[in-house]
Every structure is written in C-alpha cells, then in structure tokens.
Design a protein around this ligand. Structure first.
Ligand code: SF4
Ligand code: SF4
Length: 553
C-alpha cells in the first residue's frame, strides 16, 4: 500500500494550509439550535454553510444553505478545512475555517426494548407530543375516565431532558377532562432547573408514580397493552390496561458526528460524543483545533446548557474573525487564530514537531497516534502548528526517533538537562522526576522541601512525551530511580498521554528486571495540580526502596 493511500485513511491527504481563513463556518445543524447559531454567526458577518433545514424565516444572505443532505468527508485543519457535502446532484466541496457540530440528538423509541410494537394505543413520546400539539384528546374505551401510562426508563438510561418532556406531556394531559395519568419508572433524573418542582406539581395534580423494583410484564394484544406489576409500596400484584401507553426514548448523538470523529485518532477513547468528559475540555471544546461541539454533540440536552453552548461558540468564532480582520488591516501582527487546548501558563513549551525526512520511514505511527489529529502525511510527515498542542507523543513514539519538538534536539536537551541537574544535585539527588506541566509541576510546587530533597524535577509538556529511551538514559546518567508523574487518565489533555506514560514505565521496569535490577525503580504516578498525596507517597516509596531514608519500624 502506498504511504499516501494510508495517509488518506487518516486525514484525507491535504497539506497544512499556507494561509488560513476563519470567516467561513460549517454548522452541522438540522433543528432550531443549528438555525439559531447560523443566524447569530451570520449577523456577526461570518459566512455560514448550514447543513440542515434553514427554516422559512432564514433570510440572512450570509447563510449558504444549498440542499445539503449530509457531510461525507472532512479534510484539513483549522482555518483551512475542506468539507465534502452530499447533495441530490452529487458531492460539493466547501472550504471553511471552523466546524460546529450542533445537530439534534437522534431519538429512538424503546419499543423493541419493551417487547412492544407501535400502534393506535401504543405511542412513542415524540408521537404523543405531536398529537398534543395538534390538539388531539385521549378517549376512554370504557367508563368515564381515560387512563394514560407513560414508561420512563424501565430499561436503559433516562436523561433529565427526557423526563422534562414527560413532565411537559403530563402538564398538557392535566388540562384535559377526566384523564388519569401514571408514570412507571425505575429512577427519574431531575437535575435540571425547575424540574423537581414540576415533578412534584405533577404528583399534586394527580399523576401516580410507580417506582418499580421488579420488571413489569407488558402483554400486547390488538386491544392494547395489559401491564402486570408489583406495587413496591403496597407489596401487591397489580394490573392496568391503559387506554394509551407511551413509550420513552433513547437519545443518541447526531449522525453527522461520524465524519468528524473519523479525523481524530483519539476518538475511540471518547466517542460517541465529539469531546471527552474531562475538565481539560470544558464545554464546547474538543481535542481537535477548529471543531466545536454544541448540545447533543457533547452529550448535553438541557435547553439552558445548549443556549450557553451557542453563546460560547458565537463569542469564540466572532473573536477569531475580528482578529483576522484586524490582522488583514495590518493593525495586529499575525498570531495563532486558534488553540484547541489551553497551553500551560508560564511554562516554556517547545515549538511544533520537526520531522527529519532522512530518518522517516513513513510508518505513519505519528499520524495514527496524534491525539489531536494534528499530524498529516502528504508526501512527508508534517504537523499543523495551529492544531498541535506540543504534547510530544509523536516524538516519543516515532520508531526512528525522527521527530523532535523545537527547539530542535529536544531529546538531547532533555537528556542534557537531566545530566546537568543530576550533577548539580550531587549525591543527594538520586531520583529523576519527569513532571507533566499540566498537573504534576503544580503539585510539585506545593510539596514541602523534605519531599524534594532527593529528586531532580524535569518538567515535560505531557507525561506521554517521555520515551522509554529517555528513562533509560536517565539511569545511564546516574539516576537511581525515575518517577514519571502525569494527569489522571480521564483528565489527560492528550487523551491517552498518561496511559502511554504508564505503559512505558511498566515496559522500562521489565527491561530493568531482565537486566537484573529492581523493576520498581521506575514508577508512573497519576496526579492533579491540587493533589500532592500521590507524589509524596511515590517519592517516599522510592526513597525507602533505595534506602535513601531510614525505614522506621
Ligand atoms: S512515526 Fe516517525 S518514521 Fe513513522 S511516519 Fe512519523 S516521522 Fe516518519
Ligand atoms: S506534539 Fe502531540 S499534538 Fe503535536 S503533532 Fe505530536 S502528537 Fe500531535
């Protein structure tokens, strides 16, 4: 297989853009949120390519809404994406600077999960909402009262957004004459503004809630559904034949996320959503520069949070656009238009990776492993400086050691630093501590001098940037033990940087053991900026095993 063919699997094979334009934005919308976002951005002067129904009121000439039906493929980088969009007449390519995933959740009723089929007396929640909106009423088959039962998470998860819709439907049913409502649930989630109050009000109005401990039996016949269940409060077997049974629904991320996830090698670690659930990616941020996730694209369904997402994206994109216009007028010197992950404040991070073409064997390891989708291979391996967060994972994993982070010879610099610091520390400093600049450096600064007395601290951009060769070299330079400290795994800004660091520590331990040394001389320690406990215990353990301190009985 030609290396270029392989590259297209990961990146679609377009080179790092020579110039960037953030004035055009692709909004993957499809409902009210996408349309609102498109209009807000367009009114700020940005050109918006909207994938989704524009709606009858959309007049803004800055919104391009050809009848696009799907995003087929996305290539390139922030400020220079190429989006291949499907139309009835074939694919069209649009060039955009940013991509915002703002599509609605895919809603799938749980008929199959309950062993039911849709029918006149068995509806999905969406169908019920449509009928209520159309002014339909519920009729009793027998007697004066109509009985409506709503299922709410008897199987699967229930988002607060789904329970809010159920409460809304109960409120509308309560306006009808002689309708008795029941909710069958396992747990309800009310973690949304005002939802608990509305839930209590529905009970006060007469809705009966059954929180079932055991599964209900649902027997469907042409006449409707017979529900057999055990009331947990009375401890009695009960039967209900509702006039209408409403089935709840599962929420899935928008289908339009797939082409975006395909551009991020780290996506399997956090899919199906576009961003990891981590403090490193607050709100709409994603690991990929130029991608933003709104609402269901990041697993958020509350209207308040979605509105806040829209606000954040409008602010970020208009700021970048304003900056571009200032730069074009020559009033500002050019600078980065976007950085996806906040760099470590105050630390001197290296520059973007440099690939030594003479060493590169085109194995594409760097392309496959870059968590931020910043590495491309078009004729040669190259990192997009706007998308790269300088984590150093590519350099640590390149089998040919062809990648260095500027300043060039970073590996050499790191080793020289270790050597110099070990020499400066003399006999007392025997432990080399590679400290992630995003977490461990801060934790280290909180430690008491007593903890630091035997350790040479070496800040690194990410624990994942410390190669096995760097650890082994530290031993050759005189270290008695090596400690690699990085973020907790779910909180690593480079997604799997900490996991790689832990693997490499274990691998180095096995090498030491094979050579006849104690494998515990190299350890990985997960920590957070405000959590010094792990670091302290790891240092103490190493000191004891090296007999640098007296072990008290
Ligand atoms: S990992 Fe190293 S050898 Fe492989 S493609 Fe990247 S730069 Fe070349
Ligand atoms: S340094 Fe990190 S973000 Fe930059 S190209 Fe290498 S792996 Fe990707």
């Amino acid at each position: 297989v030609k290396s270029q063919d392989l590259a297209s699997v990961f990146l679609g094979g377009i080179p790092v853009p020579k110039s960037r334009d953030v004035s055009r934005v692709l909004v993957l919308g499809g409902d009210r949120v996408g349309v609102e976002l498109a209009e807000r951005l367009a009114s700020e002067g940005l050109q918006v390519v909207l994938l989704g129904e524009p709606g009858p009121t959309m007049q803004n000439r800055n919104v391009v809404h050809e009848p696009y039906t799907a995003l087929e493929e996305l290539r390139g980088y922030v400020g220079g994406f190429e989006a291949v969009l499907k139309t009835a007449d074939g694919p069209l390519t649009e060039r955009v600077g940013y991509v915002v995933a703002a599509g609605p959740a895919r809603i799938v009723p749980k008929f199959a999960e309950y062993g039911l089929s849709e029918g006149e007396r068995v509806l999905s929640l969406t169908d019920l909402e449509a009928r209520l909106a159309a002014g339909a009423t519920v009729h009793a088959r027998q007697g004066n009262w109509a009985h409506v039962a709503l299922l709410c998470g008897l199987v699967g998860e229930v988002e607060p957004a789904l329970f809010r819709r159920i409460v809304q439907a109960l409120e509308e049913l309560a306006t009808m004459d002689k309708v008795q409502t029941y909710v069958f649930c396992s747990n309800v989630k009310v973690a949304e503004a005002g939802l608990e109050r509305r839930y209590r009000e529905s009970r006060d109005r007469g809705t009966i809630y059954f929180k079932l401990d055991e599964a209900a039996v649902l027997e469907q016949s042409p006449e409707g559904v017979t529900m057999l269940f055990r009331d947990p409060l009375l401890g009695e077997e009960m039967e209900l034949v509702p006039d209408l049974l409403v089935v709840d629904e599962s929420l899935f991320p928008p289908a339009s996320l797939s082409p975006l996830l395909a551009t991020m090698p780290s996506a399997p670690a956090f899919a199906p959503f576009l961003g990891p659930e981590s403090l490193r990616f607050p709100g709409v941020e994603t690991p990929r520069a130029g991608f933003y996730a709104v609402g269901p694209s990041r697993g958020v369904y509350s209207p308040e949070l979605i509105a806040a997402d829209v606000e954040t994206v409008v602010t970020r994109l208009t700021e970048a656009f304003a900056f571009q216009r200032e730069s074009e007028k020559g009033e500002e010197s050019p600078r980065t238009v976007h950085t996806s992950v906040a760099f470590v404040s105050g630390s001197s991070l290296p520059g973007p990776p440099h690939v030594d073409e003479a060493r590169c064997v085109m194995c594409l390891t760097c392309v496959r492993l870059c968590p931020h989708g910043a590495m491309s291979f078009v004729l040669r391996a190259e990192a997009d400086p706007e998308s790269c967060v300088r984590c150093g994972i590519c350099a640590a994993e390149c089998p040919m050691q062809a990648i260095t982070l500027a300043p060039r010879n970073e590996e050499e610099d790191l080793c020289r630093k270790v050597e110099t610091e070990l020499a400066r520390g003399g006999a007392a400093k025997r432990i080399v501590g590679f400290l992630c600049s995003r977490s461990a450096v801060d934790a280290w600064n909180f430690c008491e001098p007593e903890v630091k007395r035997h350790v040479v601290p070496i800040p690194v951009p990410c624990a994942g940037s410390v190669a096995v060769s760097s650890i082994m070299r530290a031993f050759r330079q005189g270290a008695a033990a090596v400690l690699v400290a990085g973020c907790f795994k779910g909180n690593c800004a480079s997604i799997y940087g900490s996991a790689l660091a832990e693997q490499r520590a274990a691998e180095t331990g096995r090498i030491l053991e094979t050579a006849g040394f104690f494998p515990g001389r190299v350890v990985f320690v997960p920590c957070a900026s405000n959590n010094v406990g792990g670091l302290i215990w790891a240092v103490r353990d190493l000191e004891e095993s090296l007999q640098l301190v007296e072990v008290k009985a």
